[in-house]
Design a binder for this molecule. Sequence first.
Ligand SMILES: [Zn+2]
Ligand SMILES: [Zn+2]
Length: 86
Amino acid sequence: MSSGQGCTCPKTPDRRAAWRVVQYRCNFSAFNGYRCTPSRYSGVRCLRCWAYWRTAAAYIETLPGFTDDEPWPPAGWEDPPPAPCP
Ligand SMILES: [Zn+2]
Ligand SMILES: [Zn+2]
């Protein structure tokens, strides 16, 4: 449970280039009433396979944050990742 659980991309060296931190050390979901709640874990999304997972691993610090410029999953995607914190 340390690196890229959820990401189904090939395990190439540049795999992490597609990873974005969606929720940095916090949680934002229906579970907490859509309020940003501090957490040890961060939410990561892969822009290639659209996987979403949460992790407390150190590589979080090396990933870029998600911005509004990033693409959203294709229309009709069945399991969209949670929205970034407002
Ligand atoms: Zn991926
Ligand atoms: Zn947040």
